[in-house]
Write a protein that binds this ligand. Structure first.
Ligand code: ZN
Length: 97
């Protein structure tokens, strides 16, 4: 299982990848999908994350307004943007070895 506290804590410097807000509540929201390494009492890989604000993170995990399918779509879209943001802001280094 891939773990990186540094990667997770980069969320504090990013906008919400769903609504774009920068309100100091942005955290790395792990995937809730089994295919991303999520299991009983186990979080998904730390690279299967989406940077989301507190409000969107709560919606993702609780589903107050959105269906399960809509929440998966929301997370997938925000995850793609998060990966792009990490590369475009030079937080990810590629090593040749
Ligand atoms: Zn948001």
């Amino acid at each position: 299982m891939y773990r990186s506290k540094k990667l997770l804590s980069l969320a504090q410097f990013a906008p919400c990848m769903h609504c774009g807000i920068e309100d100091g509540t942005i955290v790395a929201a792990h995937s809730n999908q089994l295919r991303d390494g999520k299991g009983r009492g186990l979080k998904a890989h730390d690279y299967r994350i989406a940077f989301l604000c507190g409000k969107d993170h709560a919606e993702l995990d609780q589903g107050y307004a959105m269906t399960r399918f809509e929440r998966v779509q929301m997370w997938e879209d925000a995850h793609r943007k998060t990966v792009g943001w990490l590369f475009e802001n030079n937080h990810i280094e590629v090593r040749w070895r």
